[in-house]
Design a protein around this ligand. Structure first.
Ligand SMILES: Nc1ncnc2c1ncn2[C@@H]1O[C@H](COP(=O)(O)OP(=O)(O)OP(=O)(O)O)[C@@H](O)[C@H]1O
Length: 304
């Protein structure tokens, strides 16, 4: 089922900055990563989906609804966790999340019950009556997630949910997001400049660079087998490279690996023969998979 669809979506800010350019994408339900370097246009896309910003040109639909003209309808079905922290320090998580539930239109008792439930889901049930000002960064991120969940949305938009967290906090947050997506049946868009994080927990990816779509697809399709074989021997790598070149292969060394084009069905056998003739201990011979990072031309995103 398509949950988000855009057609030639473009956003230009005052001053002439084009944050999104001609973005056309259809996204199916699931846990979706929205990845791109800082400034790629991720937050702008999220804000347009929420009806917080109007597109300069093009169309966007969330569950078939236009956030520009039917903002309330979209917001009833979408929970939003903003990138920046705007939590009131002097109220408890329970009070705050209840308040956010009331703002979403829940009656008082239902808002209180849903707030407790949302805080339990994010692991803050025991601490829910403490003032937010005394919370750690990880706990504050969880409060932000709980307030996004309180009105029982069908889609969560999470803007850089692991911002400011240490490695253990990141892991815990990613596990939680994965659980929400898989156990609660809520679709989640996780916006991040950290590709590695998003690859770990998402079914599909929307990759953007400079406001333009690089690719939107399922991760397993992005990482399909390539036509390159990776060969690794425990010793004698240079000798093997020379032998393979002599056998007509275009060999590219990469660290401890030799990358060899899979040019014919006999390539496996010819490589095995070269290894056997040199009597080298073969550690690995397999077909390389494409990496999602290959999509990006900027090192910043590709490296993480
Ligand atoms: N209100 C604004 N006015 C002018 N330019 C803006 C505004 N908001 C964002 N931009 C610019 O639009 C581009 C995209 O910004 P956006 O915040 O959407 O990117 P992002 O991928 O979310 O990056 P980050 O991870 O740093 O938040 C950037 O060049 C940014 O400087």
């Amino acid at each position: 089922m398509t949950i988000i669809a855009t057609k030639a979506l473009t956003k230009t800010y005052g001053g002439g900055v084009t944050a999104l350019a001609d973005l056309t994408v259809e996204v199916d339900a699931g846990v979706i990563g929205l990845v791109g370097a800082n400034g790629a246009g991720k937050s702008t896309f999220i804000k347009i989906m929420l009806g917080l910003l109007a597109p300069s040109a093009g169309d966007v639909r969330v569950f078939g609804i236009d956030p520009v003209t039917e903002t309330d309808k979209v917001r009833a079905r979408v929970g939003y966790m903003p990138e920046n922290d705007a939590l009131p320090p002097d109220v408890s998580a329970s009070e705050f999340v209840t308040h956010m539930g009331r703002l979403s239109g829940l009656p008082k008792t239902a808002a209180r019950e849903r707030a407790s439930e949302a805080l339990r889901h994010v692991g803050l049930y025991e601490e829910r009556y403490r003032q937010i000002g005394g919370y750690s960064t990880g706990m504050k991120q969880r409060v932000k997630l709980a307030q996004a969940l309180v009105h029982d949305p069908d889609l969560l938009l999470l803007d850089e949910p692991t911002n400011g967290l240490d490695p253990a906090g990141r892991d815990a947050m990613l596990t939680l997001i994965h659980r929400i997506g898989n156990e609660f049946g809520i679709s989640v868009v996780v916006c991040s400049h950290l590709l590695g994080e998003v690859e770990r927990i998402c079914d599909s990816l929307i990759a953007i660079e400079g406001g333009r779509l690089l690719r939107a697809d399922r991760i397993d399709r992005m990482t399909a087998a390539s036509d390159v074989l990776a060969v690794e021997v425990s010793e004698g790598t240079d000798e093997l490279a020379a032998a393979l070149r002599a056998a007509g292969f275009a060999v590219t060394p990469e660290g401890r690996l030799l990358l060899v084009p899979l040019d014919s069905d006999s390539a496996y056998d010819r490589i095995l023969q070269a290894v056997a003739e040199l009597d080298l201990p073969l550690h690995r011979l397999d077909q390389r998979r494409h990496r999602v990072a290959e999509l990006f031309t900027t090192k910043e995103t590709a490296d993480v």
